[in-house]
Design a protein around this ligand. Structure first.
Ligand code: BT5
Length: 248
């Protein structure tokens, strides 16, 4: 940890919790920025849009980081993307070079999901609190049937086991580097993000006003939305599920 790293300076580890995001959310006023909560397992691990994050394998990393950014609200969605890039950079450092980001928040390796990120926000006493939840499959040898086809772990990809605290501190130090810059210029990392983004220049599908649209993802704008083109019309997708042809 470098001298000016405060992400992870306060670290609470729990054996079992419903969700590290929920745990930190109920206590966020009393914790300093950078507080990290981890758990061996979660009983109600959450994904986006009410989905489940399978969290029964104690060999995986379940962690939430509390951020209190002072930026315009239009730039807050970029935090999800920034966390994805931090995980990608950490994995590269740990010897896994071929991971990519599926917009906005999945880290994929060989087209399977290795990591998911759920950023939630609360406003308390007029101050925004972002809870960045990061789940990385580390040493899982197998997965529950619901995700067996779609998920991978560092172990399934490399055949090696990984030390959880090493992975955690690598993610936190990469996140610290990006976050320090983000606070000065929230969009600064976007070019690097785009280089890792597997969704760009591919055919993607998403829902807009109850219609399923298939288009080509061409760019990411300064607020983190995915720009998609269909018949000359441009769509800015800011949330929801976007499937990428050939992946999931
Ligand atoms: C996500 O949602 O990918 C966000 C996951 C965030 C999990 C972390 S763990 C620490 C913190 N505490 C929490 O309670 N959550 C955060 P989404 O994009 O909606 O993806 C959810 C989908 O991923 C599910 O519907 C499954 O298809 C798949 N999935 C579930 N568990 C998985 C796993 N362990 N590995 C790979 N894929 C999984």
């Amino acid at each position: 940890m470098s001298n000016n790293q405060y992400l992870g300076e306060t670290h609470i580890h729990l054996e079992c919790v419903n969700s590290t995001n929920d745990y930190i959310k109920t206590n966020c006023l009393s914790y300093p920025e950078g507080t990290v909560v981890t758990a061996d397992t979660q009983t109600s691990g959450k994904g986006r849009l009410g989905r489940i994050w399978e969290s029964g394998d104690s060999g995986s990393l379940y962690m939430s980081v509390l951020l209190k950014p002072d930026v315009k609200s239009v730039f807050l969605p970029l935090i999800t993307l920034m966390c994805g890039l931090a995980v990608c950079n950490a994995l590269k450092e740990l010897g896994i070079p071929n991971c990519k980001i599926k917009w906005p928040n999945d880290i994929v390796c060989d087209n399977k999901k290795l990591c998911g990120i759920l950023c939630e926000s609360t406003i308390t006493n007029g101050k925004i609190h972002i809870i960045s939840g990061i789940g990385i499959n580390l040493n899982n040898a197998e997965f529950p049937p619901a995700i067996a086809e779609k998920a991978c772990s560092l172990y399934s990809v490399t055949g090696k086991t990984f030390d959880k605290s090493k992975v955690m501190s690598s993610v936190l130090s990469h996140l610290q580097i990006l976050y320090d810059e983000y606070k000065k210029c929230p969009t600064f990392f976007l070019d690097e993000y785009k280089e890792h983004c597997i969704s760009l220049n591919r055919q993607v599908s998403f829902n807009k006003n109850d219609r399923n649209i298939t288009a080509i993802a061409t760019d990411i704008d300064n607020t983190g939305s995915l720009i998609c083109l269909l018949n000359g019309k441009s769509y800015a997708v800011s949330s929801g599920e976007v499937t990428v042809q050939g992946i999931y």
